[in-house]
Design a protein around this ligand. Structure first.
Ligand code: F6R
Length: 609
């Protein structure tokens, strides 16, 4: 989604903003732009394409300014183009604005501005109405004009505005789109996310919905919707700037795959005491609360939804509570059975996914208790939840989610076990076994990462195929779905996942000589069944990759190639089996020459519907 950076201070605003925009590239974008206050005038430069474009065009101009705003745009209203790129300006060019989100009533506002004030629109964007509104209300006080404008706007927006008549300030607003403020010495910065400002400061204000911020070089004031100044604690960013960089890996995705042992370890072990007892910071669900809960909904999108499928398995098996898993964009528009005895669990890496947020609000409105599993601290989803469980995966930059996913799985296991213990429905020796198996996972993932030769060889044999299939049974279906999503999103191979038992009900018609099919067969009690499914597709000419536990060598007689995961109990296999699948997708994508970290048409944080 779009990224915003704004700077006021003694440094060259152009450098700080371009640097910040580069750090926000991971959000996905198709154009970028900057507005700088230069000798009392605002200069705007904006182009379709990569930030590199913008940097190359700016270089000969030698821009030097102490105030500016910049933007990376991910098109929603109007195609990616120079004219639709942000910043947008008023007719005289005295005001410039960047925006992330969607203005729902922009058509009405646009018609009104044209009819009543003969405004000349230059772009097809919803954003442009905002700058003309501000222009319309401007009477020498930018803050006042912004307040009057947002009173007319409906939708989601984070905006940053500058005005040549008031070159000592930036005004910013947040409503349902992310916005933070970085606090420096004689300089202040606005941004959509922390990596954009980490080079300059670790002190951050998290801005709430409906708040308006006034930044000068000397300070930052936050106001609520009634124009009253509010106080905010400073949030200290503890992770390193390098954590958001590639650290020598060719791609962020590979770096993040390799960070999984650490992510799993931190997310898990900080919640366990020396006796293996779970203590869940941020979750205050008591025995009485749990006794009332008769239904759990897990709701998420994409990869996070696949983590939810494993979550259902864990909660039902360990805590014996029925669970429904739903896709957020579906859940929000149906009439789910929810009341005060429902526990709603949202899973999200970014914490800004609009569908997940909307589903969460709907569940809350209907009386559910809302628990969130989320990676981004202070994100919208986190802030609107009753209980928050943070995955400590660190910043995930590659669009394809990897380390966030495995930490979401760990979180689901911990929450399920915590519920089971609180409800007193799990035997001590089974609990102890599960905890020791979970604790062994970081080392086992490390082992998978140490030897990627077979995975690379399989990628080489299959990367030119047009189609791929993934099958599994039990919780392996969730892994098959995740493996398939990973492959299709970064390699553009038409990939499909299905429960192995469903093959013969239609999909097997697509299997022919050379079809690439991965059979995930990690569940001991379903292993024989999987071997039969492999035979079925082998008989029709498929190239079969089997994924199995180390001990289950029988699979070698059926599959063309096998990837083994270290031995473990069936319950925790998804955390191990997904890792070679992530690597397979990665190597296939590299071999196909794709943009691994920034696949086409995708954005890291999906803040629109
Ligand atoms: C796929 C991927 C997406 C996200 C989905 C939800 O690799 O990353 O499918 O999982 O867009 O995003 P979050 O978790 O930020 O809510």
């Amino acid at each position: 989604m779009c990224g915003i950076v704004g700077y006021i201070g003694n440094k060259n605003a152009c450098d700080v903003i371009l640097d910040g925009l580069n750090k926000l590239e991971y959000r996905g974008y198709d154009s970028s732009g900057i507005a700088l206050n230069m000798n009392g005038k605002i200069e705007v430069h904006k182009y379709k394409g990569r930030i590199k474009n913008l940097i190359e065009k700016l270089a000969p101009l030698g821009c030097n300014s102490q105030l500016g705003i910049g933007h990376t745009r991910w098109a929603t209203h109007g195609a990616p183009s120079d004219k639709n790129a942000h910043p947008h300006s008023n007719e005289s060019g005295s005001i410039a604005l960047v925006h992330n989100g969607i203005i729902e009533n922009y058509v009405q506002l646009r018609e009104w501005l044209i009819k009543e004030y003969n405004v000349n629109f230059k772009s097809e964007t919803d954003t442009e109405v905002i700058v003309h509104l501000i222009d319309h209300f401007y009477e020498g006080d930018l803050l006042d004009a912004v307040y009057k404008s947002i009173a007319k706007m409906k939708g989601a927006y984070a905006i940053g505005v500058i005005c040549s008549h008031e070159p000592d300030k930036i005004v910013a607003v947040r409503k349902d789109s992310p916005l933070i403020v970085g606090l420096g010495e004689d300089e202040n910065i606005i941004a959509s996310d922390i990596p954009a400002l980490l080079k300059y400061t670790r002190k951050v204000y998290l801005i709430n919905n409906d708040e308006v911020v006034l930044l000068t070089k000397e300070g930052v004031k936050i106001f609520n919707e009634n124009r009253e100044q509010v106080q905010r604690d400073i949030f200290h960013v503890t992770w390193d700037a390098e954590a958001a960089e590639k650290e020598g890996y060719e791609h962020f995705m590979l770096k993040e795959i390799n960070e999984q042992p650490k992510g799993i370890d931190v997310t898990l072990n900080r919640r366990l005491d020396e006796n293996g007892r779970i203590s869940l910071d941020g979750i205050q669900i008591t025995k009485e609360d749990l006794e009332k809960i008769n239904k759990v909904y897990i709701v998420a999108c994409g990869t996070a939804y696949h983590a939810g499928l494993v979550g259902k398995f864990a909660i039902e098996k360990f805590a014996q509570i029925p669970v429904d898993v739903d896709i957020a964009s579906e859940f929000r528009y149906r009439e789910p059975f929810i009341d005060e005895n429902t526990l709603f669990i949202a899973i999200s890496q970014s914490g800004e996914t609009l569908d997940t947020l909307a589903a969460l609000r709907e569940a809350k409105r209907r009386g559910a208790r809302v628990l969130t599993i989320v990676n981004v601290v202070g994100s919208s989803v986190a802030r609107e939840s009753d209980d928050v469980f943070y995955t400590w995966a660190g910043p995930e930059i590659a669009v394809a989610s990897t380390k966030a996913y495995t930490t979401q799985l760990i979180s689901m296991y911990l929450i399920a076990l915590h519920m089971a213990v609180t409800k007193n429905v799990i035997k001590q020796d089974y609990y102890d076994l599960l905890i020791s198996e979970l604790k062994a996972l970081p080392a086992k993932v490390e082992k998978i990462l140490e030897n990627t030769d077979t995975i690379q060889e399989i990628a080489k044999l299959n990367f030119e195929k047009q189609h791929a299939f993934f099958i599994g049974r039990g919780i392996d279906v969730a892994v098959a779905l995740e493996a398939s999503l990973k492959l299709k999103e970064i390699s553009y191979i038409n990939s499909f996942a299905i429960a192995a038992g469903e093959l013969k009900h239609g999909t097997i018609a697509l299997i022919e000589e050379g079809t690439f099919l991965t059979a995930i067969a990690t569940q001991d009690h379903l292993f024989e069944k999987m071997l039969s499914n492999i035979q079925e597709v082998k008989a029709r000419g498929a190239f079969v990759l089997g994924v199995a536990k180390e001990g289950n060598k029988q699979i070698e007689q059926q599959a063309n190639k096998v990837i083994y995961i270290p031995d473990c109990i069936d319950e925790v296999t998804p955390i191990l089996s997904v890792v070679p699948m992530q690597l397979l997708a990665y190597y296939m994508s590299v071999l196909r020459g794709c943009d691994v970290d920034k696949p086409k048409n995708l954005a890291k944080s999906v803040t629109v519907e």
